[in-house]
Design a protein. Structure first.
Length: 243
């Protein structure tokens, strides 16, 4: 084995990749932003907190043989910093990003480009279910209808005037989601296009109940960034560089 692998994490895929690589004897350092109070931790070495921009990350790449950016599809700043730092230091970089969701027959999906546009799209609905995470909720602060806000940790103000906070961490089942939608008389659901099975049940439940869904499109990736969709592919890419 030669060299350390730095995995930029905060996702289930990042954790699974770290598990696989550690089991293969790879020297893995996982990095978390430190946003979640009680995160599920990956095996191997761990560091928590920002690097101090692309320059700080470039410094942290000293001794790193390969960098895997497995952050969330909406962690656009970290992804841009990873691309810049990898280019500056000549470190091989791979983006591991799960595919986005695809509509099925019966879905009423309304695509928007930002949380602000999502807030506009749900204006006038009497009961909104916000599942976009606790960051960026300020975009919805002007909503006047009932808003159910679900997040892992308590969100900070400003929140919509009639907000009910539901603290929960996925995965959720379709039965769980049907119960939430019914109990709160949800009229419209808002989500980022996070993709993956962990939080997809809400889309099935919305389809079954005829609830429209406002989906926020993913931010674009930096040009030329190599991307894989699965942990298997990322594991092979790392193995080819450090084993
Ligand atoms: P972001 O806006 O792209 O990142 C903002 C800053 O946070 C970065 O510039 C970096 O600070 C620091 N950072 C982000 N990810 C980091 C990591 N893995 N290790 C060390 N520092 C990190 O990202 P975000 O949307 O705040 O997301 C933060 C973390 O939460 C990510 O790790 C992501 O995978 C996870 N997450 C995000 C979402 C979401 O919807 N955005 C959802 C679920 C999980 P410096 O510039 O100081 O290095």
């Amino acid at each position: 084995m030669t060299g350390r692998v730095l995995v930029l994490g905060g996702t289930a895929e990042a954790r699974r990749l770290a598990e696989r690589l550690v089991a293969e004897g790879v020297d893995v350092l996982s990095s978390l932003a430190g946003r979640v109070v009680d995160p599920v931790l990956p095996p191997g070495k761990l560091r928590v907190g920002g690097f101090g921009g692309a320059t700080g990350l470039a410094t942290a790449l000293d001794g790193v043989a390969a960098l895997v950016d497995a952050t969330h599809p909406f962690a656009a700043t970290m992804t841009a910093h990873a691309a810049a730092a990898a280019a500056a230091t000549g470190t091989p970089l791979l983006r591991l990003q799960r595919p986005g969701w695809t509509a099925r027959p019966g879905d009423d999906w309304r695509w928007v480009d930002s949380l602000e546009q999502a807030a506009t799209a749900v204006t006038g609905f009497g009961s909104v279910f916000l599942t976009t995470g606790r960051q960026g909720l300020a975009a919805f602060a002007g909503l006047t209808g009932r808003c159910l806000v679900r997040s892992v940790d308590p969100p900070s103000p400003p929140l919509p005037a009639q907000a009910t906070v539901l603290l929960a961490r996925g995965p959720f089942t379709v039965q769980d989601e049907l119960a939430v939608l019914r109990e709160h008389d949800v009229e419209v659901l808002v989500t980022k296009d996070s993709g993956g099975p962990m939080t997809a049940a809400k889309l099935t439940a919305a389809r079954q109940l005829g609830v429209p869904v406002v989906l926020v499109r993913r931010p674009p990736l930096p040009d030329g960034l190599p991307v894989v969709a699965t942990v298997d592919e990322a594991q092979d890419w790392v193995a080819a560089r450090v084993l």
